[in-house]
Structure formats: structure tokens, C-alpha cells
Design a protein around this ligand. Structure first.
Ligand SMILES: Nc1ncnc2c1ncn2[C@@H]1O[C@H](COP(=O)(O)OP(=O)(O)OP(=O)(O)O)[C@@H](O)[C@H]1O
Length: 615
């Protein structure tokens, strides 16, 4: 036995218009229709307004003649079937308004049994049971005794659907049965129709404008386009073939084959590209919100203008800065207020390879990325925000270098930390044109040395190199080194000038490593950073090198002797002096310049011995 209940071959549907004293005209609404509806399946008819869905449904129920072609019902010519047999075989729920008169909801549903009643028209116990089942199936049992004329549109729709089910048809045809229902009721009704198709072995054909729901539940789709051409197939095939998009895409709406939902099309030709880092379903919800604001969601390995992250509270990363957002309701306004900028997020895979490139230079240039493993990492901001975090690391650094002096340990930590941040920031810019996002770094303390980890490969690019350096300067100096100076000095009094001198030393050291024997690119960029007001009095340019203006206290480190590139050369005699008493050295005198070429040449890792030791 074939499963095909309804078979349409080369059918045309439409209307004859008869006007007084004029020849009859024929209006073909849809033609060349070849389609089948099978037992046990829910077939959904989709199409834009006016495409001919109702006309087609009325035609295949025998309520109006086909203009052309053949329609068979269980193998019989539909238009040759006796009316009584048609009434027993096909149940129809159309959009036309029904006047139920004085009938109760139960009596209205009971009309579905009429084609099955004998001559007396009396309902048997089985008929009553079928009506009760049908009302129950559509969730309308509680309405059974209510006058049908008093029901709401949605309630009446359920009762009419119950009437159709009570008819126990072979083919159930419904025109927009979900139109008046709320969302849970729509889902429930469509699920019910599918279950009815399966369990009672009926063919169900329904039209709807509820596309996303239909595409999720339909076994089979009839898709009619604006020209009245019909395509059929599973929802997935029609989506993959681009037919759904062809029919429904508009200037403002686009069908996304991957997700199976419609998304708003950005109004701009070059919309904002946004990454979303959030678990589902929040990621999809944020994606929809972004779409409404004219942004498109791109994946991690594409360039992007911003990143929306729910990791530590909702925040937007844009133009090299993080903007906290107070909940999803505030996100649209934040997005609208973002300044225009050429600074963009680099593709994630390019950031990963930048970090690999830098790690090959030396440990000082290393930040891992990706899976961070089981050990405890903390955001770098904790070093400045939590006194106990900083105190713990300073204590470990002191133990490593063998000092109990807070200032010596803090200076050593600070110099090494500054070297790490400059190495990543300046190194990324010089080597690949990407500024890794230092703000997102995590740290851990391993016996007084700091490991760094960039959990997501986030980095920034800009066609204007000077702009990128400007961002790096503010990122490292403004958002990390200055807060760390404040945190160190909050724990114990200490010279800010000394620490800023360390900032400059670390920057120049990183630049020299990057330039190596030849070239001056990195040093030139470092020089523009040194013009920052906070660093102006930290070093002097002298010939090809620099001379530091403050002591870094390295000479107080027991095991290290004295500094190669700081102001002191005589380790012991000056040990008791305060750092403020350490005068800048004359490069022609006995004291070497900061990061002198000789010192760099002696250091294969690149940084001076002092800086390297502190990384
Ligand atoms: N009785 C009629 N006589 C002539 N043309 C009609 C008649 N009824 C509908 N039409 C026309 O046939 C076309 C298809 O109408 P139909 O109602 O079948 O479309 P539809 O896809 O169901 O639309 P919607 O989604 O808006 O319900 C429309 O252009 C409509 O104006």
C-alpha cells in the first residue's frame, strides 16, 4: 500500500472572474504544481502573503475546482468523489469565520462526527468518546461546556481543530491554524498535529506563517514563491538549496541556514563585525540583539570591530578598551555610543601565531594561550587591586633574589613585570602588527616568577601603526604600570620615579632585543612611548643609547652584584646609599649606560642581565 494520500500532478489553481457583459477571465494564482502528502507526515505549506496558499488548500479539499491538472485522494480522482465520501475522508479547518450559533464548544467539536452518523443522526458512545478525545488533544476540555460564540479567537481555533480531529479523516487540511494562538499554544498545536499524523496514520497539510516553528517540526515542506511556483522537500534540503532564502529573504531579513532562523540584515554595507563570547543560549540572544543594532556576528578567526564577552560580567571590548555593561538592557545603548575607530580585533589564529612568534624569542616574551590547565590563574588586575596578591608575589620575589627589603623585591618584580608587558605589546606590534590584549592577561606566581597566559587569543590591529603604538602605550602604562606603582607604594613608601625608571628600562630593553644587531624600528617606537608625560624624566638619550636617571636598587640584591645598565657600577661602596642619592652616570665615565650595546651583546637572550634576571 502506498503512503501517498494526496497526489497533485501539474495542477494550476486560481479563479474565474465572471463580470456582466464581459468575457470570463481566468486568474492563475499558482501553476505547474507537482506535490504529494503522505500518511503519517506533517506537510507544511509556506509562502509569502498572496502567493496562493489558501487557494491551493481550498482546491485540494475540493472546495473549488483546479484550473488544470489532476488531484487524487488515496488514488481516486478528487473531483469525481461523492460528497459524502469526501466529507468522511477530508477534514478542513479554514480561516473563514464560523458562526457557531447557540452551540457549546463540545457540540461544535461534535459536528466533526456528522459524516459518520447514521440516518437518525444520533451520536453513539464511541462518537462521544472520540469528541472527548479530540477536545482533550487540543487542550480544550475545560472549554467544552462554554457557549462557542463566547470563546476567544484562539479558543475557538482549538475547538475547530478538535472538530477536524473528531472527524477521523484520512487527510487533515488546516489553513493557518496557529494564527490566533500564543507561542506555547502554537508549539503545542503543531506538536499535536504531528503526533496525530504519526499515531493515527493521517496525512496532515497545514499552512502557516510561523516559519521557524514550521521548519523545526515539518516532515515535508511545500514552498510556494511569489510567482506561484511550488518547490517541495524536507526543510533542510530546501534551506540548503537556498530556496527558503530565495522566497523569504528581504532587505531587512535573511534566513540563516546554519541556525535555521531568520536574522535581521544590517542596514549598512559595511556593518559592525562583532564576536560573541558567551555560553548558549545567551550567545544566540546577544547575536540577535547585535543584529538589531546593525552588527553581524563573526567567528573568532575573522577580523572584528568589537567583542561582547560575558566571562566576568557583561562587557564590550572595543578600540583596545573594555567597557563594562550593566546587563543586557544596557547593551544597545553602549553599542550605539561606541566611537568610530579603525582599531579592530585581529583574527584569533593570527594572535595565536603572534604569541608563538614572541615565545620563540625568549621566556620574557612568552604568554601562553588556549586551554589554561588546572593551575590557578588570576587576572593581572588582581596584582593592583588586591594588596594580598601583590604582597604574596613580592615576598616570593624577595625569597628568590635573597632580600628581605620590600623596596628591592618590589622594584625587581616591577621591572620584570614591565619587561613582560612591553615585550608582548611592543613585540607583537613590531613582529606581526598585532597588539596582544594585555588587559586580558592572567598571571600565576611560580616561585617568585610570573607566568602570563592570554586565555582567548585577543589582539588589536590598526592600519595606522602610530595609532596602535598609542593604544599600546595607554594599555601598558596607563592601565597596568601606573596602577601597579600605586599598589606598591600603598603597601610601603617608595619612589614613584624609581619605578617609572624601571618602566623605561624595561621598554628600552624589550626594544633592543626586538631590534637585535641591526635595525631601529622597535627602539624608534619605544622612543615615541618615552615621550609620555609619565616617563619624560626617566631616561636621557645619549648617542645611540639611553642613560637612566634613577637607581633601580639592583645593587642591593645580595647575589646579583651590581647593575649593568643602571646608574651604579661600584657594588659595595655605594650599597648603603639611598636610591635618591644614586646620581645618573656619565656614559664616558666609569658607569655604563642603560642597556649599553656592550651589555646587550653579552646577553644572548637579548635583555640586559638585570632585566633578564627579573623576568
Ligand atoms: N475569490 C477570489 N477571486 C479572485 N482572486 C482571489 C480570490 N481569493 C483570493 N484571490 C487572490 O489570489 C491570490 C492568492 O490568494 P491566497 O489567499 O490564496 O493567498 P495566500 O498565500 O493564502 O495569502 P495569505 O498568506 O495572505 O493568506 C491573491 O492575489 C488574492 O488576491
Amino acid at each position: 500500500m502506498t503512503d501517498i494520500v494526496l497526489d497533485l500532478t501539474d495542477v494550476a489553481v486560481g479563479y474565474h472572474a465572471r463580470r456582466a457583459l464581459r468575457p470570463t477571465t481566468t486568474r492563475i494564482v499558482a501553476s505547474n504544481i507537482d506535490a504529494v502528502a503522505r500518511r503519517g507526515e506533517l506537510t507544511v505549506l509556506l509562502g509569502p502573503n498572496g502567493s496562493g496558499k489558501s487557494t491551493l488548500l481550498r482546491t485540494l479539499c475540493g472546495l473549488q475546482p483546479a484550473l488544470r491538472g489532476s488531484i487524487t485522494l488515496s488514488g481516486n480522482d478528487l473531483h469525481a468523489m461523492p460528497a459524502a465520501e469526501l466529507a468522511r475522508t477530508i477534514a478542513v479547518v479554514l480561516t473563514d469565520r464560523v458562526d457557531p450559533g447557540m452551540l457549546s464548544a463540545r457540540e461544535l467539536a461534535g459536528l466533526g462526527r456528522t459524516p459518520h452518523l447514521g440516518l437518525g443522526g444520533r451520536m453513539s458512545a464511541r462518537d462521544h468518546a472520540v469528541v472527548a478525545w479530540a477536545l482533550d488533544a487540543v487542550g480544550a476540555t475545560h472549554l467544552a461546556d462554554r457557549p462557542a460564540s463566547e470563546l476567544s479567537d484562539g479558543e475557538r481555533q482549538r475547538v475547530l481543530t478538535a472538530r477536524a480531529l473528531a472527524q477521523e479523516p484520512t487527510l487533515l487540511v488546516l489553513d493557518e491554524p496557529t494564527a490566533f494562538l500564543d507561542v506555547p499554544s502554537r508549539v503545542a498545536l503543531v506538536e499535536l498535529l504531528r503526533a496525530a499524523a504519526r499515531e493515527h496514520h493521517l496525512a496532515v497539510v497545514m499552512s502557516t506563517h510561523d516559519l521557524e516553528l514550521a521548519l523545526r517540526v515539518a516532515d515535508h515542506v511545500w514552498l510556494v514563491d511569489r510567482t506561484g511556483r511550488l518547490s517541495t522537500g524536507t526543510p533542510e534540503r530546501l534551506a540548503l538549496d537556498g530556496r527558503i532564502g530565495d522566497v523569504f529573504d528581504s532587505r531587512s531579513l535573511r534566513f540563516d541556514v546554519g541556525s535555521g532562523v531568520f536574522t535581521l540584515t544590517p542596514a549598512h554595507k559595511s556593518p559592525i563585525r562583532a564576536r560573541v563570547r558567551a555560553p548558549q543560549p545567551a550567545a544566540s540572544a546577544i547575536g540577535r540583539l547585535l543584529g538589531r543594532e546593525g552588527a553581524v556576528v563573526v567567528d573568532d578567526d575573522q577580523p572584528a570591530d568589537l567583542l561582547v564577552d560575558t566571562g566576568e560580567g557583561l562587557s564590550v571590548f572595543h578600540a583596545g578598551k573594555v567597557r563594562p555593561v550593566e546587563g543586557l538592557d544596557a547593551l544597545p545603548r553602549v553599542l550605539r555610543d561606541l566611537p568610530r575607530t579603525d582599531l579592530r580585533l585581529a583574527p584569533g589564529n593570527a594572535v595565536t601565531s603572534t604569541l608563538e612568534t614572541l615565545a620563540s624569542i625568549s621566556p620574557c616574551f612568552t604568554a601562553t594561550t588556549g586551554d589554561r590547565g588546572p593551575s590557578r590563574w588570576r587576572p593581572v588586575h588582581d596584582l593592583y587591586d588586591y594588596a594580598d596578591a601583590l604582597a604574596g608575589v613580592v615576598g616570593h620575589v624577595g625569597a628568590r633574589i635573597g632580600t628581605t627589603e620590600y623596596r628591592v623585591a618590589a622594584s625587581t618584580l616591577y621591572l620584570g613585570y614591565a619587561a613582560r608587558l612591553w615585550s608582548l605589546a611592543l613585540g607583537g606590534i613590531v613582529r606581526t602588527g598585532i597588539l596582544p590584549d594585555v588587559d586580558r592577561l592572567l598571571w600565576r606566581d611560580v616561585d617568585g616568577r610570573i607566568d602570563l597566559h592570554l586565555p582567548d587569543a585577543v589582539g588589536w590591529v590598526d592600519d595606522d601603526l602610530d595609532e596602535l603604538v598609542e593604544v599600546a602605550r595607554e594599555m601598558v602604562l596607563g592601565r597596568h604600570m601606573e596602577p601597579m606603582i600605586a599598589a606598591i607604594r600603598a603597601a610601603e613608601p617608595m619612589s614613584a620615579r624609581l619605578l617609572r625608571g624601571n618602566t623605561a628600562s624595561a621598554l628600552i630593553g624589550a626594544a633592543r632585543v626586538l631590534d637585535g644587531e641591526a635595525g631601529t624600528v622597535a627602539v624608534k617606537l619605544a622612543e615615541t612611548i618615552l615621550l609620555d608625560q609619565r616617563l619624560v624624566d626617566t631616561v636621557d638619550r645619549e648617542g645611540p643609547g639611553f642613560r637612566r636617571r634613577s637607581c633601580c636598587l639592583f645593587y642591593r640584591t645580595p647575589a646579583s652584584g651590581y647593575c649593568e645598565d643602571c646608574v651604579l657600577t661600584r657594588p659595595n661602596a655605594l650599597e648603603k646609599k639611598e636610591e635618591s642619592a644614586c646620581p645618573p652616570l656619565n656614559p664616558k665615565g666609569s658607569r655604563p649606560r642603560l642597556s649599553s650595546p656592550k651589555a646587550e651583546g653579552a646577553n644572548s637572550a637579548g635583555l640586559s642581565r638585570r632585566t633578564r634576571n627579573r623576568c
